[in-house]
Design a protein around this ligand. Structure first.
Ligand code: BTN
Length: 325
């Protein structure tokens, strides 16, 4: 009922009469009034005027199932939405849901994670209400060998969504960090459960720093938030919706060939390392070179002046020669 009420209030420019809501849902006036009261209690500002009806004045920055569903425009992404006040990790939760039979496109969102996971076994600080902690569950019919490219597909989606929502460029630091003004605003962690030739499921976890006003000293030189970069507040549900819409688009392109061939140009245009000197932290032998974009398989092309080397994500990390980017 809350999802339907919100959807109608959002779609209506002006007032919706209580009577029309009763007719639409086939419920009593009291039931409508109860639904409106629950929305108000959750922080929605709804004006009620006699003989006119209800009008949505403002919405809270809330990550609830009904908020996300009422703005959903995607085809399959977010067809099931599971929201939690606290979880250990949305990736872990999504993996459990996959085992329980939840479908392709299930979205898991939390206000807080108390065991948020980062790449390379690191943690991901996830304080309550500060950001977006979301995981998209996929059951793709692609070869396990091609699954690592999905992380770059997600990076494209976040880069495009954040750029659109903030009006400021949010580039990609290869392979999948999203950066604004040289600092990281988003990390992506993709995990897979697969057989030799068959994917059971893939979970793509996305953490976006939205409202953070500061970061611990150890990471403040390389971490930032949308608030710190723009001095504005954002509606996290709208940002999630935008990420999902864009993910659907790029994923459809990826699926046609099971590689990034048709996305290389756009990825390179968003790549903050493009034509920059980078240090490839290869555990065997670190080396420096100039980043020249990605291959259709998502490897970073690095010109070392002696040769052209292809760097695979997962094996190494890449830094700017003088810092994070
Ligand atoms: C990185 O190290 O850059 C990746 C960070 C990924 C963090 C996100 S937050 C939502 C999802 N759940 C997790 O436990 N991790 C990812």
């Amino acid at each position: 009922m809350k999802t339907e009420l919100l959807t109608i209030l959002r779609e209506t420019d002006g007032y919706v009469s209580g009577q029309s809501l009763c007719e639409k849902f086939g419920v009593s006036r009291t039931a409508v009034w109860k639904g409106i009261r629950q929305l108000k209690e959750a922080g929605y500002e709804i004006e009620a005027v006699q003989n006119k009806g209800y009008r949505l004045v403002s919405v809270p920055d809330l990550l609830s199932e009904y908020e996300l569903k009422s703005i959903r425009k995607t085809e399959w992404a977010g067809q099931e939405i599971c929201c939690y006040p606290v979880v250990d990790s949305t990736n872990t939760r999504a993996q459990q849901l996959a085992e329980d039979g939840y479908p392709d496109g299930t979205l898991v969102v939390a206000e807080q994670q108390d065991a948020g996971k980062g790449r390379r076994g690191r943690g991901w600080e996830s304080p309550r209400g500060s950001g977006i902690f979301m995981t998209l569950l996929l059951k793709p019919g692609i070869s396990p060998a091609n699954a690592s490219m999905l992380t770059l597909v997600a990076a494209l989606a976040v880069s495009a969504a954040v750029t659109e929502q903030t009006g400021q460029p949010a580039g990609i630091k290869w392979p999948n960090d999203i950066v604004m003004n040289g600092k990281k605003i988003c990390g992506i962690l993709t995990e897979m459960s697969a057989q030799f030739d068959y994917i059971n499921h893939v979970v793509i976890g996305i953490g976006i720093n939205v409202h953070n006003e500061s970061f611990p000293e150890e990471i403040s030189h390389m971490a930032t938030s949308l608030f710190l970069e723009t001095k504005r507040r954002f509606h996290r549900a709208a940002l999630i919706e935008s990420v999902l819409e864009r993910f659907e688009h790029y994923y459809a392109v990826f699926q046609k060939t099971e590689d990034l061939g048709a996305l290389v140009r756009e990825y390179d245009a968003r790549l903050v390392n493009m034509h920059q000197n980078v240090r490839v932290l290869d555990p065997k032998e670190p080396f420096d070179g100039k980043a020249m974009g990605i291959t259709p398989r998502g490897e970073l092309i690095v010109d070392t002046w002696e040769s052209r080397r292809l760097v695979s994500a997962g094996e190494v990390s890449v830094r700017g020669v003088y810092g994070y980017v």
